[in-house]
Design a protein around this ligand. Structure first.
Ligand code: DAH
Length: 347
């Protein structure tokens, strides 16, 4: 009798041990280990209990046998149910990890973007191309002849001062101080009529300030044809400046001096920010200086063997950096050359 109670106790204890072992076994592997612990042929608890059945007195065999069968079935089905669930969960997790979701939008590689100076330069070239101009950037390392002498700068002109110009080691060579060198090169290369636009880097020995840099960018255009007068220049410039800045500004030509144009002028436009009423940007004048221009000097034409009695033309030069600063509201020219990605990625 004692043996029977002992067996029934053992069976009950095996049942409750199993319940707590099952509660903490969640992975497929842990559940498989649990199965071995209970059903393993060698040392499995259930087969061991069945082995003890032969020692139970005949009259009790049925009761103990029933209890044992019940325990075996219960453990069997509980293990199966939890293992099936764990297997399904694990494979679902694995699938979601390994599968590509084809409905996700593609992640595009970042290709970079154009620098604000490049954007403005391309826009300027586009406007002039549409008017039939050809594009020629010209060289940045230049001879004294193309940068100064052919453009009528006298040998003692202050612009030739070492304070203003970067000279390179090769005698007579320098970094161009303006894009006007391209005027001469274009007129040498192409017989008139000609229309050329040139955009590129220029260099001057300036201190770096909010608005000045020793390297900056200019756009230059020249047109030579028969019967060209200052009205053609003004119409071309106004058309161009309107296209670049938009809106409907007023213009004025202010007399000025450049050695290579006669007459020379500067083009002002009514301030973009205050519509000509006066503000901080235009120093309360209502006007903004936009570019230098003029009719090509007869001596400059002669320097490239073009007869000023037969041909005339106009030219102008303009800072590209300034246009980029006004267009994109950049107060400091340094911003354009620091290559800070946080800035550049905004364009
Ligand atoms: N080269 C001049 C400068 O750097 C700008 C300029 C003025 C260009 C008048 C021209 C012009 O073509 O006609 O300040």
């Amino acid at each position: 009798m004692a043996r029977v109670f002992f067996m029934l106790d053992e069976i009950q204890k095996a049942g409750s041990d199993f319940d707590s072992a099952l509660a903490s076994a969640n992975e497929v592997k842990a559940l498989a280990d649990l199965r071995v612990r209970y059903f393993g042929r060698k040392g499995g608890l259930i087969p061991a209990l069945f082995g003890q059945l032969k020692d139970v007195p005949k009259e009790q065999k049925k009761e103990v046998g029933d209890a044992l069968n019940k325990l075996r079935d219960r453990i069997e089905s509980a293990l199966k149910e939890k293992s099936d669930r764990a297997t399904a969960d694990e494979s679902a997790r694995k699938t979601s990890r390994d599968t590509i979701d084809v409905t996700l939008p593609a992640r595009m590689p970042h290709l970079g973007n154009l620098h604000p100076i490049t954007l403005v330069r391309q826009e300027m070239e586009k406007i002039f191309r549409e008017m039939g101009y050809s594009v020629d950037p010209g060289p940045e390392i230049e001879t004294d002849w193309y940068n100064f002498e052919s453009l009528n700068f006298t040998p003692d002109h202050p612009a030739r001062d070492t304070q203003d110009t970067f000279f390179v080691d090769v005698p007579g060579m320098l970094l161009r101080t303006h894009t006007s060198n391209v005027q001469i090169r274009s007129m040498e290369q192409t017989k008139p009529p000609l229309k050329v636009i040139s955009c590129g880097r220029v260099y001057r020995r300036d201190e770096i300030t909010m608005r000045r840099s020793p390297m900056f960018h200019q756009a230059e255009a020249i047109l030579v044809d028969k019967g060209i007068h200052i009205g053609h220049m003004r119409a071309t410039l106004e058309y161009f400046v309107r296209k670049i800045f938009g809106g409907d500004p007023k213009f004025r030509l202010r007399p000025s001096f450049f050695p290579f144009t006669e007459p020379s002028a500067e083009l002002d436009m009514s301030c973009l920010f205050c519509n000509g009423n006066g503000c901080g940007t235009c120093s309360q004048t209502g006007w903004m200086e936009i570019l230098g221009c003029g009719m090509v000097h007869p001596q400059v034409l002669r320097n490239v063997a073009i007869d000023p009695e037969e041909w005339s033309g106009f030219a102008f030069g303009m800072g590209i950096d300034r246009v980029a600063m006004l267009t994109y509201d950049i107060p400091n020219i340094r911003t354009l050359f620091e290559n800070d990605l946080r800035v550049l990625q905004q364009f």
